[in-house]
Design a binder for this molecule. Sequence first.
Ligand code: DX5
Ligand code: ZN
Length: 221
Amino acid sequence: MQPFAIAPSILSADFARLGEEVDRVLAAGADIVHFDVMDNHYVPNLTIGPMVCSALRKYGIQAPIDVHLMVKPVDRLIGDFLEAGASYITFHPEASEHIDRSLQLIKDGGAKAGLVFNPATPLDVLKYVMDKVDMVLLMSVNPGFGGQKFIPGTLDKLREARALIDASGRDIRLEIDGGVNVKNIGEIAAAGADTFVAGSAIFNAPDYAEVIAAMRAELAR
Ligand code: DX5
Ligand code: ZN
């Protein structure tokens, strides 16, 4: 199990002041910047791309940037995000024609690689690429939008993913994304997650530090 990490999703940040928002949330105690990339094709929404990632690096953000690709196809953007300073790059197996190759592209570029599983996507492919995976991301909402409700069935799936990761003996982060808040983070951790994406729960609050501290208090219980 990796140390707990809080990864605010900047999807819910104020895009007009993105650099300041990322500074603020890191100063408030966040560990990882979760960067949601949507293409209006794989998911029905359109967000930000590699130019914004490299702008954050130029602005001075040094924390790990966790790029969640909700795009199809994935491979060309992998190259762009490697150049833009991504630390983690994750993609949905349904969106890649050649999952092993896409993972290898990320690793060859020096970033950490991960697979993202939608709520109804089975974890089957994982066992064939476990040696190339540094992060497993389970979606607890259908991807495309912030502010949705956590799908409770994801808790069983987390337990399943945790068992597969533990059996591999590798240092793989188990991340959860969608509808995470102070109320449910404790049971999500108990089901095996170590990395928690939260967008609206953090950015819609007046005091980011207070929410993050409350989340950490739940994790320490
Ligand atoms: C949804 C994105 C999430 C989203 C989470 O497709 O992948 O990262 O921003 O937002 P909340 O925490 O509001 O559910
Ligand atoms: Zn995400």
